[in-house]
Write a protein that binds this ligand. Structure first.
Ligand code: CP
Ligand code: NVA
Length: 302
């Protein structure tokens, strides 16, 4: 695998291979078995948006693999002063062995891969969040035993998380049902992709309908990074889209809940449902580390 730019670029088999390696790396980490697959290799990390999980899990992950990380933020580098991504890509490729980037436009990540000569990993754009969804799929498989045939439901904004869950879920054989208000639906590219899966994908504006008999219910913030000016408008648009007890009663009794975090209790998820499913949610956060280590090995390993 050359890069991880978006899940649309991977086959279902490639996603499963990453999850299998992630499971193995998790097992080895838990049992104190060292795995220096990337000994001496350097991961450059570019952050043009805030991060807690992505920042720490990638740095810890590359260290556990025998490598190390160099972190650049837009404020402290020439990126924030407008140096073109094409030049950043060609310069960094001469110093580091791989680049992880969190930014706004997906086009920036694609350009980094096009102009650079080292693997590029997408650590979140406005369009998608592939590393997070690999961790989600890993966690769901860990709890449920398999993915094929399960019903995944996402309630909320047609954002980067919804996009990647639709693509990842369908590619690994799940049924995907999403609920979002008019005006907050996923982009056409994602809906066209999902249409290719026929009845395995449904889009509705009814959270209860989307959650019906779901095996896993997922949500994310209503206001993503970069949308802070729209917060009030969004809070009004998403009224009724909270994952609470009423909504969960529509899902299967053994349904899991996933949230990429950070969570806003009382908005997209109630405090009660969050706490009732905290174990699964924090396992999901832990699995960022293992899933991303698998991505690092698949892209930067020789
Ligand atoms: N879920 C996630 O990507 O978290 P951070 O924004 O903290 O990296
Ligand atoms: N949709 C959120 C995800 C944060 C991890 C955002 O882009 O801010």
């Amino acid at each position: 695998m050359k890069h991880l730019l978006k899940l649309l670029d991977l086959t279902g088999e490639e996603i499963i291979e990453i999850l299998n390696l992630a499971d193995q790396l998790k097992y080895e980490t838990k049992h104190g078995i060292e795995h220096f697959h990337l000994k001496g290799k350097c991961l450059g990390m570019i952050f043009e948006k805030s991060s807690t999980r992505t920042r720490v899990s990638f740095e810890v992950g590359i260290n556990q693999l025998g490598g190390y990380a160099v972190v650049l933020s837009s404020e402290g580098s020439q990126i924030g002063r407008g140096e073109p991504v094409q030049d950043t890509a060609r310069v960094l490729s001469r110093y580091v062995d791989g680049i992880m980037i969190r930014t706004f436009g997906q086009d920036e990540v694609e350009a980094l891969a096009e102009y650079g000569s080292v693997p590029v990993i997408n650590g979140l754009t406005d369009f998608c969040h592939p590393c997070q969804v690999l961790a989600d799929l890993m966690t769901i498989r860990e709890y449920k035993g398999s993915l094929e045939g399960l019903k995944l439901c996402f309630i909320g904004d047609g954002n980067n998380m919804m996009n990647s869950l639709i693509v990842g879920g369908l590619k690994v054989g799940m049924t995907v049902s999403v609920a979002c208000p008019e005006g907050y639906r996923p982009p056409r590219e994602i809906l066209e992709f999902a249409a290719g899966y026929g009845g395995k994908f449904t889009l509705t504006d009814s959270p209860l309908e989307a959650a019906k008999d779901a095996d896993v219910v997922i949500t994310d913030v209503w206001t993503s990074m970069g949308q802070e000016d729209e917060r009030k408008k969004r809070e009004a648009a998403f009224a009724g889209y909270c994952i609470d007890e009423r909504l969960m009663s529509s899902a299967r009794p053994d349904a899991m809940v996933q949230h990429c975090l950070p969570a806003h209790r009382g908005e997209e998820i109630s405090a009660e449902i969050f706490e009732a499913h905290a174990e699964e949610i924090f396992e999901e956060a832990e699995n960022r580390l293992h899933a991303q280590k698998a991505v690092l090995v698949k892209t930067m390993g020789c």
